[in-house]
Design a protein around this ligand. Structure first.
Ligand code: MN3
Length: 203
């Protein structure tokens, strides 16, 4: 068995100028794919690693292998967090957001500040912490699962996520994607605590 590059859950040109097909060609087709290829090389060289699922390896590995499997999972989850159709939080998620942040706009501002304030490469995230929502970020290939966190939403803030479409303007990318391209139905689904499994794959 080997890990595979998951298909995008939408056409690569579905987002128009918001996230271009060229960005998906590079981000999914080259960056994400390279993490898959390198992880498979490392796993194939070590029988002790074989048969472990992606999430098992994210939770148990370190160093070079962690960087690859963490990035496979992070990107697989990130694609699922995006929707070409503009959506809004509903139901229990909307109630939690309003109770804690006052409004979805206020939560988006907090996520945007986290994304913009994060130094260097990494991921901004919305997690479930007990019965509360929590905004945080992770460096490089670091992953919520490695900390026992329960991810609801992650946003890629590596330059490769936005440089084609937004050049160096991370705030413009974060603002555009958080306001227009989040699959809030997927985010709400992850309140069941099983978000980790939605981007898992067998080893
Ligand atoms: Mn990326």
């Amino acid at each position: 068995m080997a890990f595979t590059l998951p298909d995008l859950p939408y056409a690569k040109d579905a987002f128009g100028d918001l996230i271009s097909a060229e960005t998906f060609d590079y981000h999914h087709g080259k960056h994400h794919n390279a993490y898959v290829v390198k992880a498979n090389e490392l796993v194939s060289a070590d029988p002790a690693l074989q048969g472990k699922s992606l999430v098992e390896l994210v939770k148990s590995s370190s160093g070079g292998l962690f960087n690859q499997v963490g990035q496979i999972w992070n990107h697989s989850f990130y694609w699922l967090c995006l929707s070409p159709e503009k959506k809004a939080p509903a139901g229990k998620l909307a109630e939690m957001i309003d109770a804690q942040f006052g409004s979805t706009d206020a939560l988006i501002e907090k996520l945007k500040a986290e994304a913009v304030g994060h130094f260097g490469s990494g991921w901004a995230a919305l997690n479930l912490d007990g019965d509360q929502l929590a905004v945080t970020s992770y460096h490089d290939a670091d992953c919520p699962l490695a900390h026992g966190h329960t991810p609801l939403l992650i946003l890629d803030v590596w330059e490769h996520a936005y440089y084609v479409d937004y050049r160096n303007a991370r705030p413009v990318y974060a603002d555009a994607v958080l306001n227009n391209a989040i699959d809030w139905d997927f985010v709400a689904q992850n309140l069941d605590g099983n978000g980790a499994n939605r981007a898992d794959q067998p080893g």
